[in-house]
Design a protein around this ligand. Structure first.
Ligand code: IPD
Ligand code: CA
Ligand code: CA
Ligand code: CA
Length: 266
């Protein structure tokens, strides 16, 4: 486990927000829900957890910048240290009572991802990573999988929401990938998908139409676990382009090749 002062700040904030989320998950049928898009929901649980994270992080590190899923980018903060906060990644699952969701907090320093914490409150799984210090799940050091034969591999993906993204392109990618791998999963939390790659549970993951706060923490987690990440064009602009292809070296390379071909075929 990493015990730097920064990690303590991040983990404490995330654990506090987790208590709020767990309470709300217990009475999800009473939550106020609204829509940001045709299938893009937000609830009082998202907002409350975000408030807890924002207050705790701002108190511990005054002046750091913020990009919050619900509150947006807060102007006037430090641009060298920026928090990327997703208070509830997997809102659709949460609102359906499906116990697969997480809190995700990433810290960008001087334009690069520096630290990340992802917490799955249902499984009580805490993923942490800080640049140069490795990635951990609870107290166990993480390493991406060593599988190289695609026929042995399980790959996670995200399906674009209704009204967002290019479904035919996604289906071309899916068709090619599912014909080569042992299994494809759509689990519903981008943060936990990246965490699963870092933990070696999934061998790869790809998704387009993601936001900075969906992937910020997961990117550093995968890298610190020895994995590889790129945007859908093979570059390093995951946060700017909102696409991600991750995995161990071999699986990531192969997924990237397929994803790039699928976009050209459109
Ligand atoms: C969503 C989840 C989902 C992914 C979407 C995200 P939210 O985040 O991470 O797995 O496919 O792209 O928007 O809205 O539940 O925080
Ligand atoms: Ca959302
Ligand atoms: Ca999210
Ligand atoms: Ca969210």
């Amino acid at each position: 486990m990493i015990r730097t002062p920064l990690m303590t700040v991040m983990v404490d904030a995330v654990m506090k927000a987790a208590r709020s989320l767990k309470r709300d998950f217990g009475e999800v049928e009473n939550l106020q829900v609204s829509r940001k898009g045709p299938s893009d929901f937000v609830s009082a649980a998202d907002r409350k957890a975000e408030q807890v994270l924002r207050e705790a992080l701002a108190k511990a590190r005054p002046g750091y910048g913020f990009v919050l899923e619900e509150g947006g980018r807060i102007e006037g903060g430090d641009t060298q240290n920026v928090w990327y906060v997703d208070p509830l990644d997997g809102t659709t699952n949460f609102l359906h009572g499906i116990p697969q969701f997480a809190i995700s907090v990433g810290l960008e320093r001087d334009g690069k991802m520096y630290a990340g914490v992802i917490y799955d409150p249902i499984k009580d799984e805490l993923y942490v990573a800080e640049k140069g210090q490795g990635a951990f799940l609870n107290n166990r050091r993480l390493r991406v999988s060593a599988r190289t034969d695609l026929a042995d591999c399980v790959v996670a993906c995200g399906i674009p929401f209704l009204g967002h993204g290019n479904h035919p392109e996604f289906l071309r990618e899916l068709g090619t990938i599912m014909a080569k791998v042992a299994g494809v999963r759509r689990m519903g939390s981008a943060a936990l998908d990246l965490a699963a790659v870092a933990a070696g549970r999934c061998d790869g993951y790809w998704e387009r139409n993601v936001q900075t706060y969906d992937i910020a923490a997961g990117l550093i987690l995968v890298r610190e676990a020895g994995g590889f990440v790129a945007d859908a064009d093979g570059g390093e602009q995951m946060m700017q382009k909102g696409s991600v292809v991750a995995g161990n070296e071999v699986v990531q390379r192969e997924l990237l090749r397929i994803v790039r071909t699928a976009s050209k075929a459109g």
